[in-house]
Design a protein around this ligand. Structure first.
Ligand code: UDP
Length: 475
């Protein structure tokens, strides 16, 4: 029987940009739909990105609100690198928590300073890392490998204690796992003092890894995703995370003019900027593949002056865009695209992705197999899950982990791009099997978040636990 204590009050404190902010906002919306009074804590400039969807939720009666801090940090335009200092928000957060202590606060791990403030005030803190269970297990268990004894960065080793045989190389690991670094220890400490952690995934996607995270980790884990599925209307999908800066009408009209299952969607997330030489290789590979594509090109890497001068994207090969326009083969978009809408369009057959966890889940939910091109963060682990465990993707052949802002060493050539695109897009038994598998998983994703599903149950369980905790305090 549900306890009668009124709604629990949850605060959500997302990081200040793209891949971490978007799922946290969806998570707040999920908990509001479960009846928790959910408040999203953000800077004034960031609130503008998603306030429309929250207004719509409020109009439909959901208990959700935005609290904007009086302090701001420099506008990050959705592409906040993980080391942006958000500590200007420390005092406003402390004051808010003293005045209005919630039943719990969900904090993104990149607000490194926030753990102590919340801990001092005795408020249950739930950590949000943005990763799935598989990547989490890989990173946890890589710690037990003597990486220094490997012959080279490209020598494979087996990650111990995993349910599947997974080989990685040192070059695929984040630098902070390869060399002594305080970062993993700090994240671990953040979690050790926490009430538990949220995982944006669902049990049936990675069951053995979900069990490992839930049972062997020593802290509670609530697996509550895919949270993107809370975006049910076209408006929510279009404006999710941020208003699109491209003409979505034009994009949808173009997709409408294509045959079902015929277009490749190409995008590398909110943060990564590719160097112009790499963009050229992609352009040539795509053109040579003779497949239709829609490609979201963001500014190029590490060269602001080039970006300014070539604001129109002249870093693509000579005449490329004109040819794509004339033949109707490709649509090149610049800016922020409505990714959910694009992925769910019937014309989309595949997604060339950097394997960011949100993009991965969104592709899975849309039943779209992937071409995997991991570059940074935990993306190489996500690639293993996609291509070797779930078998719903083709590797492009990316080998070298990069810090989000470091020099590029390893370009992927046009032949590799063409070959991966053909493998996924040209009809074959292998491609068909991948599509069948991912569509099956997409159905499981939908069931997970519906009443009776595992993610639905985990969200309810947390709410009940918070209610019980509140009752115990009142006694
Ligand atoms: N995204 C989007 N439009 C864009 C680029 C990105 O909607 O033009 C969204 C995408 O749907 C996903 C998030 O931004 O939800 C990117 O997160 P992900 O974990 O895939 O990668 P990151 O940006 O963190 O590297």
């Amino acid at each position: 029987m549900a306890l009668k204590t009124g709604s629990v009050e949850m605060f959500f404190f997302p990081f200040v940009g793209g891949g971490h902010q978007i799922p946290m906002i969806d998570t707040a919306r999920v908990f509001a739909s479960h009846g928790a009074k959910s408040t999203i804590l953000v800077t004034p400039s960031n609130a503008l990105n998603f306030q429309n969807s929250i207004k719509r939720d409020q109009q439909s009666g959901l208990p959700i609100a935005i609290h904007t801090f009086s302090a701001d940090i420099p506008d990050t335009d959705m592409s906040a690198g993980p080391f942006i200092d958000t500590s200007a928000l420390l005092e406003p957060l402390r004051q808010l928590l003293i005045q209005r202590p919630p039943d719990c606060i969900v904090v993104d791990m990149f607000h490194r300073w926030a753990g102590d403030v919340v801990y001092e005030l005795g408020i249950p803190r739930i950590v949000f890392t943005g990763n799935g269970c598989f990547a989490r297990c890989v990173h946890d268990n890589v710690r037990h490998v003597a990486l220094e004894s490997l012959g080279s960065d490209s020598e494979p080793f087996v990650v111990p204690n995993l349910p599947d045989r997974i080989e990685m190389t040192r070059s695929q690991l984040p630098v902070f796992l390869r060399t002594p670094s305080q970062f993993p220890d700090r994240v671990r400490q953040l979690e050790e003092k926490s009430f538990g952690t949220f995982v944006n995934s669902f049990h049936d996607l990675e069951p053995a890894y979900a069990e490992q995270v839930k049972n062997k980790w020593g802290k509670k884990a609530w697996i509550i995703g895919p949270v993107s599925l809370c975006n049910r209307t076209a408006e929510d999908k279009t404006e999710r995370g941020k208003l699109p800066t491209i003409d979505e009408e034009k994009c949808l009209n173009w997709l409408n003019s294509k045959k079902p299952n015929s277009v490749l969607y190409v995008s590398f997330g909110s943060l990564l900027r590719l160097p112009s030489e790499q963009l050229k290789e992609i352009a040539c590979g795509l053109e040579a593949s003779e497949q239709s594509f829609i490609w979201v090109v963001r500014n190029i890497h590490n060269n602001p002056s080039e970006n300014k001068e070539n604001g129109n994207g002249n870093f693509l090969p000579e005449g490329f865009e004109q040819r794509m326009k004339e033949t109707g083969k490709g649509l090149v978009l610049r800016g922020w695209a409505p990714q959910l809408l694009i992925l769910e369009h019937v014309a989309i057959k595949g997604f060339m992705t950097h394997c960011g966890w949100n993009s991965t889940l969104e592709s899975v939910c849309a039943g779209v197999p992937m071409i995997t091109w991991p570059l940074s963060a935990e993306q190489f682990s996500n690639e293993k899950l996609i291509t070797e465990v779930l078998k719903i993707g083709v590797q492009v052949g990316s080998r070298e982990w990069l810090s989000w802002n470091s020099e590029w060493k390893d370009l992927v050539g046009r032949e590799k791009v063409e070959s991966a695109v053909r493998k996924l897009m040209v009809e074959s038994e292998e491609a068909e099997e991948m599509t069948t598998r991912v569509k099956d998983i997409a159905e499981k994703a939908k069931r997970a978040v519906e009443e009776g599903g595992t993610s639905y149950a985990d969200a309810e369980a947390l709410i009940e636990e918070l209610k019980a905790r509140r009752l115990a305090r009142q006694d």
